[in-house]
Every structure is written in structure tokens, then in C-alpha cells.
Write a protein that binds this ligand. Structure first.
Ligand SMILES: Nc1ncnc2c1ncn2[C@@H]1O[C@H](COP(=O)(O)OP(=O)(O)OP(=O)(O)O)[C@@H](O)[C@H]1O
Ligand SMILES: [Mg+2]
Length: 452
């Protein structure tokens, strides 16, 4: 009998070879080749009947509220039945805490909620549950064997199941260690099948690598319906949950939580918390950034310090380093703010991150304020995109940003020309970065004491 050919395929790029490589010749990823067993049997499956969309039962697609409003918002209005959600985050950020309180609320609403824990014993989960309260009806299974987990799910068919974590599961018929690429792939694939067949909304907890991506094969992210990232450092009380992929809702939607003794409490109005500056403080500006559908006011702080380094530092916490370098260059070249022999540090309040170009102008304003020693005018918010020529471009959805400012009692904004305001907010429109800085910063004549 002929020997079955063994094939190895890369989980990152799909490269396939007859032997194993430590480094994929296709995409140079390390340890990404896994053994593929060729389908031994020819399937004798019969053709299946088709269904028209109009005949699909819409009840089945009704979302399940998780009982945590901030989580629901990030998911796009709740969990979709039979969907697979991946939640990634640094160790200790609060993944287990968040999901246990969600399970508690789901079970309290009369649905069956199951927690499969591979990392903690049932007693340890009980300890956490005591802290959170309202989790009496959550069912729990301490198991790491994939077959046992799948069999239990098929028998019990809970409405929602949390697997904490996907890296601890192992398939007994594979020789590799739990957490290895092949095992994670296998586990996710099988859980996906069970989720769809048994109509179980499944949430997978995934570990993250040093650079913040979910550990394990990249295909995992393609496989699941929704990828959520839980961010924020362990020593900071505020945590941010954002969707990086969502088949059933907007991505970049943001949920803000505060870690307390009673678990994670949602912060429904983060602008109130993060969008305040001290009047007269040099190097601080309030940005009105858009996160998904949600405008949020954020304090941006900057420090400009003289340096003797040949390559001055540009360090940004919560801002994209490339964007920061661009803003510094435009400030020096087009707005008369010399920064060539100074280190520039920028920080976004609350440990939040902004990737949106609409925050450019606020970052520039904070840096210019720090460099000139002139505070930003009191009670104004700043938003707008900066072009490489020093010209400003209007930010998307400016009306919603202005509404958010009005909600918090900010009645003036510096924004690019063409930003229309239907509310009572006074917008100082500016065509160029230089004009915007003039409109936003207090001048020495106005306030000689503060600008020293
Ligand atoms: N009594 C308490 N009061 C306030 N915060 C607490 C309390 N107990 C635990 N925490 C917080 O909960 C965090 C741990 O949460 P959790 O175990 O949910 O994290 P995790 O993301 O699941 O971590 P891992 O990846 O290790 O499983 C701790 O970092 C701590 O900040
Ligand atoms: Mg955990």
C-alpha cells in the first residue's frame, strides 16, 4: 500500500511543502508550519437543499445582551447567537473578570451560560465570583481536553460559552503541546463547528504576544466573527475594550471600564473623565477624537525639552509614532515651531490610544504650547487633520464632535475652515496650522504671567 503523503502548510501564508521548516520559506514566519493530514476518505455527502434568505428565521439571529452595556456596544449591540468571538489582552488586564460578569448577567436573564476554565480551578473562579456578585447560575467546567469540551457543548447546548483560554485546550490526537500553533488552530476550528451546529455563542479568551497581537496562528482572526482587544495597563484603573474585527458591527467601537473591588464597572461618559485640562497649564490640549461612532474628549499632554542628542527623541504614548514624527516635522517646517534640537514627548490621558487623523491638530497644539510656553486658551477643544503642506483638512463627522463638546460645556473649538456648527459652539476656523495655533494659544500680551 502506498504511504500517505505528509504535507506541511504555513498557517500564516498558506505555503505548503513536503517537509517541515522552522522558518516558513514563503513568509519567513517562525514555527508556523503545521502538519496537514490529507483527507483520507472521499466524502460521500449528498447535496443539501438550499434556503432563500427570506425564509431564514430572524429569531435565530436576535442578539443576546451580555448585560454589560460597554461590551454590548463594542460587539455592535450584543452577542450574535452561534457567533465566535475572540477576546485578547495582556495578562491580568481583566479578561476573566469581564467575561465572568457578562456570564453572570446572561444567566440572570434566564439563559444558560457556561464557563470552561482551563487556567483556574473551580474554587478560584468561585473566589472571583464572590467579588463580582450575581453569578450564582453560571455553569462551570474545568477541563482542558478539546474532545471533552466539544462533547459537553454538544450535549448541554448552552446559549453562551466562554473558553478561558483557547491556549490551554489540547486535542489528545495531536502530538504538539497545548498552546502551539497547530493545537490552537485545531481547537478553534472544532469549536467553530460546534458553535455553528449547536447554536452556542462562543467567546474565546486568547493570550497576546509581546507586541499585542493575539498569540497563535493569524488564521484564528480570520476564523472568528469578532476580535476584541482589551487594553490598559495593570497599574492603571481604566481599561479600554475595542473591536479590531467585527462581522456584525462597526470596528473601532470603544468601551471604557474601571477596575474596582466589585469588578469592572463601565464608564459611560469617558469624556467627562479624560477630557479635562488644568486652566493655564502649558503643554495640554483637549482633543475631540472619534472612536467608531463615539466622539470622545481626551486631554493630550506634551513636553518639549532641549536635548544634546544628535537624533532628538519623539516619544508618544497612545499616539502613532509615525504620525507624531509627521506632526513634529510640519510644526517645524510650516508653523514656525522649531523642534530640531528638542525631545518631544506626547501622552494621551487615561492610557487611551488614538489612531484617528482628526486628533492631529490637538497633538500639534499641545506640542506648540509646550514649546512656546503659552497655554492653550481656556475651555476650547481642538480637532482637525494636518496635511504635509501645513494646510488643515476638515475631520470626519465634525457635527457629532461639536455635540460632544457642547455636552461637556465646552463652547469654543478650533477646527479647520469649513467646519460648520449648527450648535451654539463658536468655531474658530483656520486654513493653516499656523493660523490654528494663533487661534488656539494665548499670546504673551494677553497673559504675560502665564506665558513666562
Ligand atoms: N479585589 C480587587 N480589587 C480591585 N481589583 C482587583 C481585585 N482583585 C483583582 N483585581 C484586578 O483584576 C485583575 C485580574 O483580572 P483577571 O484575572 O480577570 O485578568 P485576566 O486578563 O483574566 O488575566 P490572565 O490573562 O492572567 O488570565 C488584576 O490585575 C487586578 O487589577
Ligand atoms: Mg484570566
Amino acid at each position: 500500500m502506498a504511504k500517505a503523503a505528509v504535507n506541511f502548510a504555513c498557517t500564516e501564508c498558506g505555503y505548503s511543502a513536503g517537509r517541515w521548516f522552522g522558518k516558513c520559506p514563503g513568509c519567513n514566519a517562525f514555527g508556523s508550519l503545521v502538519e496537514e493530514t490529507p483527507a483520507a476518505l472521499k466524502s460521500a455527502a449528498a447535496a443539501k437543499p438550499l434556503l432563500r434568505l427570506v425564509d431564514v428565521n430572524a429569531e435565530e439571529a436576535k442578539r443576546i445582551s451580555t448585560g454589560v452595556p460597554e461590551l454590548d456596544r463594542v460587539l455592535g449591540g450584543g452577542l450574535v447567537p452561534a457567533s465566535l468571538v475572540l477576546v485578547g489582552g495582556e495578562p491580568g488586564v481583566g479578561k476573566s473578570t469581564l467575561l465572568l460578569s457578562a456570564l453572570g448577567a446572561i444567566s440572570a436573564a434566564g439563559r444558560r451560560a457556561l464557563l470552561v476554565t482551563g487556567e483556574e480551578s473551580t474554587a478560584q473562579v468561585k473566589l472571583r465570583a464572590a467579588r463580582l456578585g450575581d453569578t450564582e447560575n453560571v455553569e462551570i467546567l474545568a477541563e482542558t481536553e478539546l474532545d471533552a469540551v466539544c462533547a459537553t457543548l454538544e450535549r448541554e447546548r448552552p446559549d453562551v460559552c466562554v473558553i478561558d483560554s483557547i491556549q490551554t485546550l489540547y486535542a489528545a490526537d495531536m502530538s504538539s503541546a497545548p498552546g502551539s500553533v497547530g493545537q490552537v488552530w485545531e481547537a478553534a476550528g472544532r469549536l467553530l463547528r460546534v458553535a455553528k451546529e449547536q447554536n452556542v455563542a462562543t467567546i474565546l479568551v486568547g493570550h497576546v504576544t509581546k507586541d499585542g497581537a493575539v498569540a497563535g496562528p493569524r488564521v484564528l482572526e480570520h476564523l472568528v466573527d469578532c476580535v476584541l482587544q482589551f487594553e490598559g495597563d495593570r497599574y492603571h484603573a481604566h481599561r479600554v475594550l475595542r473591536a479590531t474585527k467585527n462581522r456584525f458591527g462597526s470596528t473601532n467601537e470603544l468601551g471604557v471600564f474601571e477596575m474596582t473591588g466589585e469588578g469592572l464597572i463601565g464608564v459611560p461618559d469617558p469624556s467627562e473623565l479624560f477630557g479635562k485640562t488644568m486652566p493655564g497649564e502649558v503643554g495640554a490640549a483637549v482633543a475631540c477624537a472619534l472612536e467608531g461612532t463615539r466622539p470622545i474628549l481626551l486631554e493630550i499632554q506634551a513636553l518639549v525639552a532641549p536635548t544634546d542628542l544628535a537624533m532628538p527623541r519623539r516619544v508618544g504614548t497612545g499616539v502613532d509614532p509615525k504620525r507624531l514624527a509627521m506632526i513634529v516635522a510640519v510644526l517645524s517646517r510650516h508653523a514656525g515651531v522649531p523642534l530640531g534640537s528638542a525631545d518631544v514627548f506626547v501622552n494621551v490621558a487615561g492610557g487611551l490610544r488614538i489612531d484617528e487623523p482628526g486628533a492631529d491638530l490637538a497633538i500639534a497644539m499641545a506640542i506648540a504650547s509646550a514649546q512656546k510656553g503659552a497655554p492653550v486658551r481656556e475651555g476650547i477643544a481642538v480637532f482637525g487633520e494636518i496635511g504635509l503642506t501645513g494646510r488643515l483638512r476638515t475631520a470626519a463627522q465634525s457635527e457629532r464632535r461639536l455635540e460632544e463638546c457642547a455636552k461637556l460645556g465646552i463652547l469654543a473649538a478650533v477646527a479647520p475652515d469649513g467646519t460648520r456648527s449648527r450648535s451654539q459652539i463658536r468655531v474658530s476656523g483656520s486654513g493653516t496650522l499656523r493660523d490654528a495655533l494663533r487661534a488656539g494659544l494665548e499670546s504673551r500680551e494677553e497673559n504675560p504671567r502665564k506665558s513666562q
